[in-house]
Design a protein around this ligand. Structure first.
Ligand code: ADP
Ligand code: MG
Length: 311
């Protein structure tokens, strides 16, 4: 027998009562009820993943559950917000219990890892479409915006660049002898929540890298009305990504491929000493608008453009 809508929600998503103290009422009524401390601001974001646009039809559902939540938590990380609640809107072509079981497992495991409750959602039939809304808190006035970068600030990134882009190339047929790190980066990005929290009061601007460093740093530059110059030799690249660049000549890949979900942030000189470990300085904010990179003794211009759905 096909599982009815409410049984499906109960079995796979209403697994436990809310744990976080801000979440007074979770799944089961017409709305969830949240109590947010008065000295905090609520940070809210939503992201949708559509079959054949954001993921392949045969994508592993457990990874998909993880990634759907991770990309939303990544936006909260980029604001320096602490996540506590999410809603989930599922549009499913049919009820496939083994798919739902695996999807829910990946989603719930990451939620638990970050102390986040699933407090509601919607379940409908139609072409496979997955939407999360994530909510976090940040002390009033302390969110990390895109608009605060100043000339002379250093530009940093957390983690490495281009691993997820390489993972996608491997899925499309590129042969790499040690593919695990790249595939894992593509399938199971880790939202940089702790790093985002540690950057409050230190970073002057921050963004998460969903569309590639060039495009996402481009957002900081545009909102802050500044430019930037990157140093190729400073980019944190894995041996596999370096191999790919050497073999293909496609040196822009680590800067333009999406899905890394690392943080990119600007730091004034006075605060550089207080940075969390594991981040790398890749360039500097300049007066001259636009984005440049110094590579092999040449100054190259980078298009600050990411994936655009309607172009
Ligand atoms: P309504 O019709 O009042 O909008 P629904 O019948 O859609 O409510 O949902 C019943 C309850 O289950 C609500 O609390 C809703 O938030 C929750 N819910 C529905 N779908 C999901 C889902 N995919 N994940 C989590 N909670 C869900
Ligand atoms: Mg209702």
């Amino acid at each position: 027998m096909v599982l009815a809508e409410f049984d499906l929600i109960r079995r796979y998503f209403a697994i436990h009562a809310p744990q976080h103290p801000f979440n007074q009422l979770g799944i089961g009524d017409d709305c969830a009820l949240l109590n947010v401390p008065a000295d905090c601001q609520l940070a809210v974001t939503t992201d949708t993943m559509v079959e054949n646009v954001h993921f392949f039809a045969d994508a592993d559902p457990e990874s998909l559950g993880h990634k759907l939540l991770a990309v939303n938590l990544s936006d909260l990380a980029a604001m320096g917000a602490e996540p506590f609640a999410v809603t989930l809107a599922l549009t499913l072509p049919k009820v496939n219990e083994s798919w739902l079981q695996a999807f829910s497992k990946g989603f719930m495991a990451l939620a638990r890892q970050h102390g986040v409750d699933l407090i509601g959602g919607d379940t409908t039939s139609g072409p496979l479409t997955l939407t999360v809304q994530a909510m976090g808190v940040v002390p009033r006035g302390r969110a990390l915006l895109r608009s605060g970068a100043n000339v002379g600030d250093s530009i940093y990134v957390s983690g490495q660049l281009g691993n997820a882009g390489l993972g996608l190339k491997i899925k499309q047929g590129y042969v790499c002898n040690t593919p695990d790190q790249a595939l894992n980066a593509f399938d199971r990005p880790q939202p940089r929540i702790a790093e985002g929290l540690a950057l409050r009061g230190i970073a002057s601007a921050c963004v998460d890298i969903s569309d590639g460093l060039a495009a996402d740093l481009g957002h900081i530059l545009e909102r802050s009305n500044v430019g930037a110059c990157l140093q190729w030799d400073s980019l944190p690249l894995s041996a596999e990504v370096l191999d790919y660049v050497e073999q293909s000549g496609d040196w822009r890949m680590p800067l333009t491929a999406g899905d890394d979900y690392e943080l990119c942030f600007a730091v004034p000189a006075d605060f550089v000493g207080q940075l969390p470990i594991g981040s790398r300085c890749v360039g500097v904010i300049e007066t001259e608008l636009g984005l440049r990179i110094e590579r092999a003794g040449r100054l190259e211009t980078l298009e600050a453009k990411g994936y655009e759905h309607f172009s």
